[in-house]
Design a protein around this ligand. Structure first.
Ligand code: GNR
Ligand code: NI
Length: 179
């Protein structure tokens, strides 16, 4: 197991489109377990391979769902690994205040589908399909966007994007000074 470095905006690699995984070999399996570890350490609800500098279509998710806080806190309970994920159905719309481990310190309201059906391969290469709604659906779309080189700030109006970029630059400068 190893922690991976999460690339931060404006790293140009975040704009690249990831290639489908041809075979889930040992290298891909190691990538998956390292991504799961990195996501947990970073306290993210999802992570795409693009964010750790790997151009492969691999996503891990751990969206807190459950009836109560105890269930929500159970680590790894909601872990989902998706290889070559594809949105095969979508409906409705939902707006949510999104953040991203690759754009730390800023959030913005993004409109997405409220319901999606995603097909993918699991870590053993078996195909599966999931129907998701709410935050789970949002996170799936956010992660698949990463694989296509798209950040949540790219989905904002130009005006909002420029405002967020300025906020982000300031937050980064503050962080640099604190180090
Ligand atoms: O941890 C994350 N939280 C989050 C909150 C709202 C919408 C999307 C996300 S994904 C983000 C982790 C991340 O950056 N994944 O790419
Ligand atoms: Ni992200």
């Amino acid at each position: 197991m190893a922690l991976l470095n999460i690339l931060k905006y404006p790293d140009p690699f975040l704009k690249t489109k990831a290639a489908p995984v041809q075979s889930i070999d040992l290298e891909v399996k190691k990538l998956i377990s390292d991504m799961v570890e990195t996501m947990a350490m970073a306290r993210g609800i999802g992570l795409a391979a693009t964010q750790v500098g790997v151009g492969k279509r691999v996503v891990v998710l751990n969206v807190p769902v459950g009836e109560n806080d105890e269930e929500r806190r159970e680590r790894g309970k909601n872990l989902v690994v998706l290889v070559n994920p594809e949105i095969v159905g979508s409906s409705g719309s939902i707006t949510y205040d999104e953040g991203c481990l690759s754009v730390p310190g800023v959030t913005a309201e993004v409109e997405r589908f409220s319901n999606v059906t995603v097909k993918a391969l699991d870590r053993d290469g078996a195909p599966f399909e999931i129907k998701a709604e709410g935050l789970f659906a949002i996170a799936l779309q956010h992660e698949i966007d990463h694989l296509d080189g798209i950040l949540f700030i790219d989905r904002l109006s130009r005006l909002k994007r420029e405002l967020i970029k300025r906020k982000y630059k300031k937050a980064m400068e503050r962080q640099d000074r604190a180090l």
